[in-house]
Design a protein around this ligand. Sequence first.
Ligand code: SF4
Length: 260
Amino acid sequence: MARKPTISPTKITTYLACPVKYKWTYVDPRGKWFMRAKSYYSFGSSLHSVLQRFHDEGDKGVQTKEQALAKLAENWVTAGYATPEEAAEALAEGRELIAGYVDAQAERPPGIQTIFLEKQLRDDLGEFVLIGRVDRVDELEDGSLEIIDYKSGRDATEPDELRDDIAMNCYQLLVRSKMPGKRVLSTVIALRTQSSTTVEPSEEEVEQFKQDLLALAGEILSRDYENLVPTVKEICPECDFLPLCRRNEEFAEEYEPREG
Ligand code: SF4
């Protein structure tokens, strides 16, 4: 039996940014030759791996600020940086963020258990399987669950923005299906400032998101990607697939005047 297709927050945001970009990323294998490493992904993944080890109670090697900073240097990913100097500058910033994070954890209330760390969750939603990797899920003293998402490139997140966040809404669905009947909070920690924002979506909000997701996933999975025609967007100049889209005559004509 054929495996069910998967839908993830990254797939959804890629599709919403540009369906042609989705095609080159996930459908047409020719796209992979054009994909370049991104420094912001490297930066985020370097920080995430240290925070994962810091919160892993079974890992006694990363408990202090000094140990966390040593792990950052050890796990530093340099892919996507233009020069060694740029990577070194980013590492210095990463050190500040990690040091600030570890200091802020001294204020963490007692009685909190971390139950998932960098864990991929799955839920079969019929036509597709929803997947998503949560940074962390804590169980609070009163039994509520808190999904925690680290943002390494942000100073703060507004509550409304968090309520509308596609990834966090997917995590809400995934955590609720895995551990039903619990209160589930959504929290974003902005690592640049250590500011955190928490919201508690209602059952109705989560159900509405699920219905919207089912409709959007249906569109994503049934789209005729072979005959999709690229149209110029604001994000095109930064897109890895620009050389592929410029092979389309109409796109090339429309795009040229924006150059120079
Ligand atoms: S270059 Fe523009 S149209 Fe082509 S995939 Fe990228 S964003 Fe989409």
